[in-house]
Ligand binder design. Structure first.
Ligand code: NAP
Ligand code: G4F
Length: 325
């Protein structure tokens, strides 16, 4: 079979880096859109960068996306690029809309113009369910976003459905619940906890300050979810799929488990709360039902909550033990 080409946005992020590794292992030619930074930061893809074709580009810039799509001539496009931090979306709502909502529109427009036969994956989010109207949430659950990020993802979701219906393009949404790993950005709560616990265990910090400990999330392991992304583009007809573990745990439970993994009992001694980490509107509870993905794509999450906590805490412990400060 001829080598297939995938074009990935967001390749320097958590999911993009795992997806690039996954696609390379499957024999794909992987091209990626990377934005210019004054200090280049290839972080998670430094070890594979020689195997990728990189295009300078930005989701806010139509011409760079047109160029990347035209040159790469992809069979599959994965739009993982986004301003993805919910808290920041309250401080930078217009930027979040430009990148996360209109960026997706620009990309599918570029695909429509330059590679109309390509299959497109859009990284949609359980954040779209927001103030949840059903428990657990699946593909039929109405959206009620609670942040500028959630609103932007709803726009991108419907733009994709609209292009699918209007232009008969193969565009699929993965409505993914939270997924984490040692590559998770340091400001997201799971990584903030695993890193904070490792700092406390290695005596580099005395306390860990968090926001709402009662929020619950359906946390899975990121490598499982890039497999789901690929499967979503291998179907006969395009569809939208929830990706989730089906289990929900509170931030407090994550904290407790993380301290236990580091061998520290009585986590309450170390954890503070501060209102500055609370959001103007919170998504209190999320739990997904991935039955459709199981049935149609043969996908299910393999890594459960406690194992995820262990992977993240051990990785941060190892990192902090190897570093002096
Ligand atoms: P992430 O680690 O925050 O990565 C975001 C990526 O987007 C980075 O590569 C970033 O590049 C890139 N990016 C940001 N602004 C851009 C711009 N203007 N133009 C081009 N690229 C830009 O996110 P992630 O956790 O891997 O998530 C991947 C995608 O899935 C995102 O769309 C996210 O919203 C969505 N999602 C994530 C989850 C989850 O739990 N992880 C769940 C549901 C949906 P830089 O390195 O240059 O900043
Ligand atoms: O880790 P978080 O910042 O992730 P959030 O808001 O659920 O968003 C993530 O998952 C979405 C999928 O549902 C993605 F679409 C999105 O891109 C991102 O990847 O916060 C999780 C929960 C929230 O309820 C938050 O209020 O943890 C609570 N929390 C409590 N203390 C905290 C903190 N969150 C952060 N970031 N920092 C805290 O100190």
């Amino acid at each position: 079979m001829a080598t297939r080409t995938a074009l990935v946005t967001g390749v320097t992020g958590q999911d993009g880096s795992y997806l690039a590794e996954y696609l390379l292992k499957k024999g794909y030619h992987v091209a990626a859109v990377v934005r210019r930074l004054s200090t280049p930061a290839l972080g998670h893809i430094a070890h594979i960068v020689d195997q990728l074709t990189l295009f300078d580009g930005d989701l806010t810039d139509q011409s760079s996306l047109d160029h990347a799509v035209r040159k790469a001539a992809p069979d599959e496009v994965y739009n993982l690029g986004a301003q993805s931090f919910v808290q920041t979306s309250f401080a930078q709502p217009a930027l979040t809309g430009e990148v996360t909502a209109l960026g997706a529109l620009r990309l599918i427009q570029a695909v429509r113009t330059h590679a109309p036969g390509a299959r497109v994956y859009q990284a949609s989010s359980s954040e779209m369910f927001g103030k949840v109207e059903k428990e657990p949430q699946d593909e039929t659950t109405p959206f009620h976003p609670r942040s500028p990020y959630g609103v932007a993802k709803v726009y991108a979701f419907w733009a994709c459905v609209n292009y699918r219906e209007a232009y008969s393009m193969f565009i699929a949404n993965g409505i993914l619940f939270n997924h984490e790993s040692p590559r998770r950005g340091i400001e997201f709560v799971t990584r903030k906890i695993s890193d904070g616990v490792a700092r406390i265990a290695t005596r580099k910090a005395r306390t860990l300050t968090l926001g709402n400990l009662d929020a619950t999330r359906d946390w899975g392991y990121a490598p499982d979810y890039v497999d789901l992304m690929w499967r979503t583009l291998q179907t006969k007809t395009p569809g939208d799929y929830v990706g989730a573990t089906g289990e929900s745990h509170s931030v407090r439970e994550f904290v407790e488990a993380a301290f236990q993994e580091a061998g520290i009992e009585s986590w309450e001694k170390y954890v503070r709360t501060d209102e500055r980490y609370n959001r103007p509107a919170e998504v209190f509870n999320l739990r997904g039902d991935a039955a459709k993905a199981r049935r149609d794509l043969g996908w299910q999450a393999t890594t459960r909550f406690r194992e995820l906590v262990r992977i993240m805490v051990l990785a941060d412990l190892e990192r902090h033990r190897a570093r002096k400060s």
